[in-house]
Design a binder for this molecule. Structure first.
Ligand code: ASP
Length: 418
């Protein structure tokens, strides 16, 4: 079983690299008509099948695992404690993330030498009202929430369902056993689906690289590099710091084990779609107890988006610079606050971070049309920030598990050879 895992990890990386190489080749050398045929018949279907197959598990997995997680934690006091720690960790790291993004954007000044292109169109989305995020968390019909995939609503329903299950006690045990079994079956399905991951990753990456090419990227290269550098710093400073200082676990071991999951996030651009894989890795490889991972990770995939917050911080400063607006200190604090909330309200699906950016821009009176400037390069950044988003979730699950005495250090340190 272990050996098979290592081989799969290697295969996922081969898929990634082959996708990049093929994408570059197709972009520079293949005739467009010929490439379009390959995209239509191979890349799009394979990539989409992979994403759909893992997304298929998201709603049942969140419902079942979060119910089991909250029922398992049982004692409402403990649930409050774990929930409190989790949310505190998520909000703090997100605020740190935006601060890093803002600082770097000021130092590098990516927008100071750009003139505004007039040929890009962007339909400004209505910025959501902040309180609506909280009101909409409570479902009126949980079946409908599941049907349309409203994650925050499913989370609220599952936590309440789990608490009540625990409160009913012995009588509810058969239902709990049933849910635990269903959870195991879902985990098996994830392993099964992951066998096609290398092909899915290849197809998704090849398509992005082949269609985006270097042309869209060049004028905005400074903005992109600022975001990428901020993502890198946050990963190295905040995550590695939290892991080694708080839990005394080895960050290198963490990244070795977690890298394939990051590749899945990178190629799908969706925290939510990656959730099944994140959960499996956290439990099987990182030594996080099922109780803690099934509580912290679905929540994180929905409300914790450090990478997105970083992009929003850099993008705000970038747009302000392009439009020649000076942001005051209180406006910057406003950016930190709204981007933290925006990250809570950003669904873990591709590209939504750009939409919730409108909320941040509006809060400081910047033109929402500025989003049109960065939309062309957002795909690549979306991929990278999604990998950071889910890394933050996994780190939190280890930190919380460790503080609850539910971190299996031996399992974390155990690296299978192969
Ligand atoms: N794609 C991101 C995620 O799923 C959200 C975003 O920033 O657009 O984590």
């Amino acid at each position: 079983m272990k050996e098979k895992k290592v081989r799969l990890t290697t295969k996922i990386f081969i898929g990634l690299i082959a996708g990049v190489v093929f994408g570059l080749f197709a972009n520079s050398f293949l005739p467009t008509d010929f490439y379009n045929v390959i995209e239509k018949w191979i890349l799009s279907p394979v990539g989409t099948i992979f994403i759909r197959a893992i997304r298929m598990l998201v709603v049942p997995l969140v419902l079942i695992s979060l119910t089991c997680g909250s029922a398992g934690i049982g004692d409402p006091k403990k649930l409050g404690r774990v929930g409190g720690k989790t949310i505190a960790f998520y909000l703090t790291t997100t605020a740190i993330a935006i601060t890093i993004g803002l600082l770097l954007a000021f130092i590098i000044s990516p927008g100071s030498s750009i003139s505004i292109p007039t040929d890009v169109e962007y339909q400004a989305a209505e910025a959501p009202f902040i309180m609506d995020i909280f009101v909409n968390m409570v479902p009126t019909n949980p079946i409908n929430s599941m049907a349309v995939g409203e994650m925050l609503q499913i989370i609220v329903f599952s936590i309440l369902f789990g608490i009540s299950l625990a409160a009913v006690g012995k009588k509810a045990q058969p239902l709990l056993d049933f849910l635990h079994t269903a959870n195991d079956v879902l985990m098996k399905m994830i392993s099964l689906i992951m066998t096609i991951a290398p092909f899915g990753v290849f197809a998704l990456i090849a398509k992005v690289i082949a269609t985006q090419g270097a042309d869209v990227l060049l004028p905005l290269i400074k903005y992109m590099l600022t975001v990428l550098f901020a993502l890198f710093l946050h990963t190295i400073l905040t995550y590695t710091g939290a892991l080694s200082v708080i839990t005394k676990a080895n960050p290198i071991t963490f990244f070795k084990k977690f890298a394939p999951t990051m590749v899945v996030a990178f190629s799908t651009s969706s925290s939510s779609a990656t959730l099944p894989v994140t959960m499996e890795t956290a439990e099987e490889e990182l030594g996080v107890s099922n109780e803690i991972s099934s509580f912290t990770l679905p929540l994180g995939a929905t409300i914790n988006m450090d990478g997105t917050a970083i992009m929003q911080g850099v993008a705000t400063v970038f747009i302000a610079q392009v439009f020649g607006v000076d942001l005051s200190f209180s406006q910057l604090l406003m950016v930190i606050l709204t981007a933290t909330l925006a990250s809570v309200g950003t669904a873990g699906v591709p590209g939504v971070g750009l939409i919730t950016l409108s909320m941040v821009l509006q809060s400081v009176g910047l033109p929402v049309e500025g989003i049109a400037l960065i939309i062309g390069v957002d795909r690549i950044l979306d991929m990278t920030r999604t990998a950071v988003n889910i890394t933050g979730d996994a780190i939190c699950s280890i930190v919380v598990a460790n503080s609850e005495g539910e971190f299996d250090r031996q399992r974390f340190n155990n690296i299978s050879e192969g």
